[in-house]
Design a binder for this molecule. Structure first.
Ligand code: NDP
Length: 484
């Protein structure tokens, strides 16, 4: 994508100007330099994109495309993402601030994999024949829901985009994508790559802009049938309310305050490594971050010491440097928000054992040291609210019952980790924890084939996995035929 076109919207396989002509700056959080001036899409632009998606939905080129060919297009897009992984990875890192090794070695392969996994679904979507009473043939058709509005956040810009766009297209829908205002660049580039892969005009449209304008216009648009949203619980509630006006289907993947629970009989070395990646991977800007580290009291001091030592060694620096483990916080506003929580933690009486200070690298950037609060009470604000930064709250617990109770003491339920060598304990915990994903003796595992999403106020609906995709991105039609 040339610099020249980053300031436009991707609609109908063309770069078009925003109706208002307005643009906003996108910055590199590690250098605070302007990366691009991006088109500011508003209501009129969203309407144009939805009309384009709506026309494509009914078009011969898309509606009549054979499932095999749809599959081929998705596979081709996966290949193109792979071919451009260096470029996309670098763009993601410069835009989001995450270490290049994360975007290049983890995010981009996952994006390619998502397109390929759902390419495999495109030609396996089928209904059933139902044995009904009477002289009738009854069968079901699995049909696309229509125009899908995908609204994604800034923490895994292209990964989360692919989790929604790939299954939506596999099921024959068309898409209008609204990336986060901080990180629209890889999404815009994806639009271009989709056209190169051969997707017809209007099948994938990308409207950069602000949530309150472009995002809300998409949610309210009467021709959008489904909103697939990932973001904060607060915004998720607004989306749900606004979607109600036009009775849209909604899926919400929202915030978390996930527990990572270390029992005394665990392999403590592995558990400490897991606690560290659980919260510091992705700078802690991860919806499933293990931000509450619960440690059984008998091994509490030992685990805390090892966790602290390990955290002090997390290299902060230029995200493009291979040695960097903690990159730049996505924006100045987010850094300030995280620092406010550090202050709250101090005032609440939690013990700050390491970190807590903002840093500059070569005099620039929004960096924050790996931060650990110990002796955190489960009801403190830093143990209850999503901080979305590299800040761990370490909480002691007594036994299995107490561990489960404390782990569940939150409005969220996105994910949970636990560390034990006792198989019975592990499965008991897995069945009693209120979370959409449970990691036993590991953390942060994802696969395009495994469903991901929340319990409680972490939302509903699942990304990934074929069953969830069918449930979300298709609707069932029941057809009756009189046989007499
Ligand atoms: P938001 O939930 O506000 O943003 C997520 C997406 O929703 C963005 O594309 C955003 O656009 C859009 N959006 C915002 N308002 C509306 C609206 N009224 N209607 C439709 N779409 C809207 O997250 P923030 O970026 O404001 O981050 C704030 C906090 O949210 C973080 O500190 C973190 O705690 C949490 N969060 C959780 C995420 C998760 O993965 N669960 C991801 C991101 C944030 P725009 O970018 O223009 O605001």
């Amino acid at each position: 994508m040339s610099e020249a076109v980053r300031d436009r919207l991707w609609i109908g396989n063309e770069w078009v100007d925003a109706a208002s002509g307005e643009r906003f700056e996108v910055t590199n959080p590690a250098t605070e330099e302007t990366l691009a001036r991006v088109a500011c899409g508003g209501e009129e632009d969203v309407d144009r994109a939805v009309q384009s998606a709506s026309t494509a939905l009914a078009s011969k080129e898309w509606k009549r495309l054979s499932p095999h060919d749809r599959s081929r297009l998705l596979w081709r897009l996966g290949d193109l993402v792979e071919e451009h992984a260096d470029e996309l990875g670098e763009l993601e890192t410069r835009n989001n601030g995450k270490p290049y090794f994360e975007s290049r070695a983890v995010d981009m392969p996952f994006v390619a994999e998502s397109f390929r996994y759902f390419a495999g679904l495109a030609d396996k979507i089928q209904g059933a024949t139902i044995p009904v009473s009477g002289p009738f043939l009854n069968y079901t058709l699995r049909e696309p829901v229509g125009v899908v509005g995908c609204i994604v956040p800034w923490n895994f810009p292209l990964s989360i985009t692919s989790w929604k766009v790939a299954p939506a297209l596999a099921c024959g829908n068309t898409v209008v994508l609204k990336p986060a205002e901080q990180t629209p660049l890889t999404a815009l580039r994806l639009g271009e790559l989709a056209a190169e892969a051969g997707f017809p005009p209007g099948v994938l449209n990308v409207v950069s802009g602000f949530g309150k304008e472009a995002g809300s216009a998409l949610v309210r648009h009467p021709k959008v049938a489904l909103i697939a949203f990932t973001g904060s619980t607060e915004t998720g509630k607004i989306v749900m309310r606004e979607a109600a006006e036009t009775v849209k289907k909604v899926s919400l993947e929202l915030g978390g305050k996930s527990p990572n629970v270390i029992f005394e009989d665990a392999d403590l070395g592995a558990a400490v490594r897991g606690a560290s990646t659980g919260i510091f991977y992705g700078k802690g800007e991860v919806c499933a971050a293990g931000s509450r580290v619960l440690v059984q009291r008998s091994v509490y001091e030992e685990v805390l010491e090892a966790f602290t030592e390990r955290s002090k060694k997390m290299a902060i620096g230029d995200p493009m440097d291979k040695k960097t483990r903690i990159g730049a916080i996505v924006s100045k506003a987010q850094l300030e928000r995280v620092l406010r929580y550090v202050e709250i933690g101090r005032t609440e009486g939690a013990r700050l054992v390491t970190g807590g200070e903002a840093k500059k690298v070569d005099g620039k950037g929004n960096f924050l040291e790996a931060t650990i609060f110990a002796d955190v009470e489960p009801d403190m604000q830093i143990a209850q609210e999503e901080i979305f930064g590299p800040v761990a709250a370490v909480i002691p617990f007594d036994d299995l019952e107490d561990g489960i109770e404390k782990a569940n003491r939150t409005i969220y339920g996105l994910a949970a980790g636990l560390w034990t060598r006792d198989v019975g304990k592990a499965h008991r915990f897995a069945s009693e924890i209120q979370a959409g994903t449970v990691w036993i003796n590991t953390y942060n595992q994802y696969d395009a084939a495994s469903p991901f999403g929340g319990y409680k106020q972490s939302g509903f609906g699942r990304d990934l996995g074929y069953e969830a995709a069918l449930e979300k991105y298709t609707q069932t039609k029941s057809v009756w035929v009189a046989l007499d």
